[in-house]
Design a protein around this ligand. Structure first.
Ligand SMILES: [Zn+2]
Length: 350
């Protein structure tokens, strides 16, 4: 601020001497703000523009003029709350108060209102403003929206802040949680952070990485809706990669199969009559309870049970949720050879 009295003075005989200033280099219009903001964005295949941007003049009152007098900090009339507050150094830097230049008061600010602001600020600071020089520094506060359009898709990011130090606000991607200045559109017309964009190797659809899954067999990235999950090793894989266990006939990952039999079938354990899982299978197939010896195992989706008596064996695979029989077979005790049975045949064989 120059010490030279500015030409633009609002003065009355009994009123303080009020000068007006602005932070040097402060953008004063949307036209001045827009290029610096928009050049920071990249919309792949689309464009970014300002929507609904408005600037408000906010007064910061600086008491001074007498170097021997203890001058309080600058007092700001906060834009939202319409209350007064001392300007701390961090805010002072954001406002650009370290380097101000003479200016006209805003056309929209009546002299009476300005005098009232100065009087109220003096009250707040415990100063008598009547005999000192007062500078009102007019700081621009900006509110607006950045809008991104890519094809038919549209995304908006609201922002606000001081024009002197306004930085381009990153878009907050609701899908991935990422904040980014680079935007791209998914195949289903969602604008997301470009850094988070992936592609399904099956369908070539562009999708957020968080909606893609890596197949544990082929290592290919595919849409989560296109993968299966092995109920034994609990890993995702492409449905085409599933293999069938020769014993329980469940579809599993090759990783879960040894010698044609899945890990569940290969590790059945003796089950006692008080085993809850066994009781659940009995609830679905009551006549099994008449058999003598049981061995059991389970995957994420089924119970696998063998029931045997002195010479015969039955194998049943029961859905854990529905209790439905998914597969049944018969064999000779101690043999690993199973002959599949249709449900009716199985019922009759018990
Ligand atoms: Zn099996």
């Amino acid at each position: 601020m120059t010490t030279r009295p500015a030409s633009f003075v609002t003065q009355e005989p009994t009123a303080p001497r009020i000068l007006h200033a602005v932070p040097a280099g402060q953008p004063t219009s949307v036209h001045q703000l827009a290029p610096g903001l928009l050049e920071a964005y990249e919309a792949v295949g689309g464009q970014v523009h300002l929507a609904g941007c408005a600037l408000e003049d906010v007064p910061v009152v600086r008491f001074g003029g007498d170097p021997d007098r203890q001058v309080p900090e600058d007092i700001i009339l906060c834009p939202e709350q319409k209350r007064y507050q001392s300007v701390e150094s961090s805010l002072s830097a954001l406002l650009g108060l370290g380097n101000v230049s003479d200016a006209l008061p805003p056309a929209a600010a009546p002299g009476e209102w300005i005098r009232q602001v100065v009087a109220d600020a003096a009250d707040f600071a415990g100063q008598s403003e009547s005999d000192m020089e007062v500078v009102v520094i007019w700081c621009k506060y900006v509110r607006g929206k950045i809008q991104c359009t890519i094809g038919e898709a549209l995304a908006e990011q609201a922002f606000e802040g001081w024009a002197h130090s306004l930085k381009p606000p990153p878009f907050h991607c609701e899908v991935t949680g990422a904040d980014s200045l680079r935007l791209a559109v998914t195949s289903d017309s969602r604008i997301i952070a470009a850094e988070q964009m992936g592609q399904c190797s099956l369908t070539a659809k562009r999708l957020p990485n968080c909606e893609l899954v890596r197949c544990s067999v082929t290592d290919r990235l595919v849409a989560a809706e296109n993968v299966a999950r092995c109920p034994v090793v609990l890993k995702p894989l492409l449905p085409d990669e599933l293999v069938t266990c020769s014993s329980c006939r469940e579809q599993v990952s090759p990783e879960a199969l040894y010698g044609g039999t899945c890990l569940v079938c290969g590790s059945l354990r003796r089950a006692r009559f008080d085993d809850d899982r066994l009781l659940r299978v009995f609830a679905s197939i009551p006549r099994l309870a008449a058999w003598k010896y049981f061995r059991m195992g389970e995957s994420a989706s089924v119970y696998v049970l063998t029931a045997s008596n002195l010479f015969k064996q039955r194998l049943v695979v029961v859905d854990k949720i529905s209790g439905q029989l998914r597969h049944a077979a018969q064999g000779v005790r101690f043999s690993r050879v199973w002959t599949p049975l249709a449900e009716k045949e199985f019922s009759e064989s018990l």
